[in-house]
Design a protein around this ligand. Structure first.
Ligand code: UD1
Ligand code: CA
Length: 457
């Protein structure tokens, strides 16, 4: 559902406590910068304008989001949250309300924000507030006869105000024309010498605007990140949510606390995932797929019934149905495997097509190769695809048998049904149906004596 509104994302803060050269909002949650989560949430609301307020040195932030639907307002120096929103005003549609989000509060859910926006309606202001057992550090919501009348920051509050447990999450909605009136009037005579956005609440009340409150569905939706410890906490929380969703959709997880999804994981029925697997980018697992412990899958599609065994690493690869990968297999970009393909331990496949029923079960490198059906690749086989300057292809046709410890010096073709003897260094094409072997003749020397160690003279 599209909502006609502006979204301002505050992302100019330095984030000193992160102790990092990376701007705070660029720190990832589930593999995506926190700011990316907030931008995606704003988009999911159907915001008409999204304006990110960024700070000095934040050019790297801006460069990380080249999307043309974003507006950028530079805030330099950073004089407070009110000053920050003021910088964004020229980018907004004055007729629509404005929602303020924080770039370091990544997990706010769209349904919570829709509720906040609905609470504000066309003309009122709405704050997202929560009750906290320990409200220390937050702005307190001051109410008179139940009505919100102002917000007081921790550092400016007296004892009675500090006892208030309803706090400001910082997320709010206000009519944009009202913000245009209020923000230039903000002062900075407070404990922190800042232009507080929160001072606009008292201005709203003076203007006769109603200030309402809405509440998030979950406490974690409004948790911000100021330190690596808080980042790690939110990451686990988010991963826990993802794991719960997978379980609800019928995916069997050996341990929901030991899975990391950094992207999109789509699963068919009866998928099972053992402990300590990491899924990155876009991964799809067909019905009945099982993934063993300690696997990493990035931008991979795996068809129905395939088993990925322990300690396998797959990236930008596709695996056909009823195949078997690993343990200890590596599929690199461009590996395209057909049905019932077996890739065993310490086998690396890169930029290669392997057709149905073919097997490379042990210790092999298959790079830049096109391999037909029912091919057997023996242990220790290497496609020598690189001469130090250029890459060349190896073609192995259907039903070929490659003996162990074969080197295929590309470009080279092994014909249909050919057999390559163990230990062969293949530099010319091997004809179909024949045995090709390149190997020094075996010889035995009778009465041969091993050298004996000489005595010191
Ligand atoms: C703010 C609120 C406080 C609320 C708390 C919730 C004000 C005055 N106070 O306090 O009521 O309880 O958030 O976490 O608004 N930022 C800028 N430019 C600035 C200052 C801040 O972009 O000049 C950004 C920060 O990057 C951050 C957000 O605004 O994303 C909040 O700033 P922060 O300094 O954390 O505000 P608090 O003092 O915690
Ligand atoms: Ca804060």
């Amino acid at each position: 559902m599209n909502m006609p509104l502006n979204v301002v994302i505050l992302a100019a803060g330095k984030g000193k406590r992160m102790h990092s050269d990376l701007p705070k909002v660029m720190h990832p949650v589930a593999g995506k910068p926190m700011l990316g989560h907030v931008i995606d949430t704003a988009r999911s609301l159907g915001a008409v304008r999204i304006c990110v307020v960024y700070g000095h040195g934040g050019e790297t932030v801006r460069a990380a989001f080249p999307d043309t639907d974003l507006h950028w307002a530079k805030q330099e120096p950073q004089l407070g949250t009110g000053h920050a929103v003021l910088q964004a005003l020229p980018h907004l549609d004055a007729k629509l309300p404005t929602l303020v989000l924080y770039g370091d509060v990544p997990l706010t859910q769209a349904d919570t924000l829709r509720r906040l926006i609905d609470t504000a309606g066309k003309d009122a202001m709405a704050l997202l507030t929560v009750e906290m057992g320990n409200p220390h550090g937050y702005g307190r919501i001051v109410r008179l006869h139940g009505q919100i009348v102002r917000i007081v920051e921790e550092k400016d509050a007296d004892d009675a105000e500090r006892a208030i447990r309803e706090v400001n999450t910082g997320i709010l909605v206000a009519p944009t024309q009202a913000l245009q009136r209020w923000l230039p009037q903000l002062g900075n005579r407070n404990a922190q010498g800042e232009y507080y956005l929160t001072d606009a609440i008292a201005m709203a009340v003076t203007d006769g605007l109603e200030v309402k409150a809405a509440h998030p569905s979950h406490g974690w939706e409004v948790e911000g990140v100021n330190s690596k410890a808080q980042l790690a906490t939110l990451e686990r929380l988010h991963q826990g949510n993802i794991a719960r969703r997978l379980l609800e959709n019928g995916v069997m997880l050996a341990d929901p606390a030991r899975i990391d999804v950094r992207g999109e994981l789509l699963c068919g029925n009866d998928v099972s995932i053992d402990v300590n697997c990491v899924f990155e980018g876009k991964v799809s697992l067909g019905a009945g797929v099982s993934v063993g412990p300690n696997c990493v899958l990035k931008d991979v599609s795996v068809a129905d019934g395939t088993r990925i065994h322990a300690f396998s690493h797959l990236e930008q690869a596709s695996v056909g149905p009823r195949s078997s990968i690993g343990p200890y297999a590596r599929l690199r970009p461009g590996a395209e495997l057909g049905e019932d393909v077996h890739i065993g331990n310490f086998v690396e496949v890169k930029n290669s097509i392997i057709a149905a029923h073919s097997k490379a079960n042990h210790l092999a490198y298959v790079g830049d190769a096109t391999i037909g059906q029912r091919v057997n690749i023996g242990a220790g086989t290497i496609t020598c695809n690189y001469d130090g300057a250029n890459k060349f292809r190896t073609i192995i046709e259907d039903d070929a048998f490659i003996g162990s410890d074969t080197q295929l010096v590309a470009p080279v073709t092994v014909g249909r049904g050919a057999t390559i003897g163990a230990g062969t260094t293949l530099t010319k094409d091997a004809p179909a149906g024949q045995l090709t072997v390149s190997r020094a003749k075996q010889l035995s020397i009778p009465n041969w004596q091993r050298p004996v160690k000489q005595k010191n003279p």
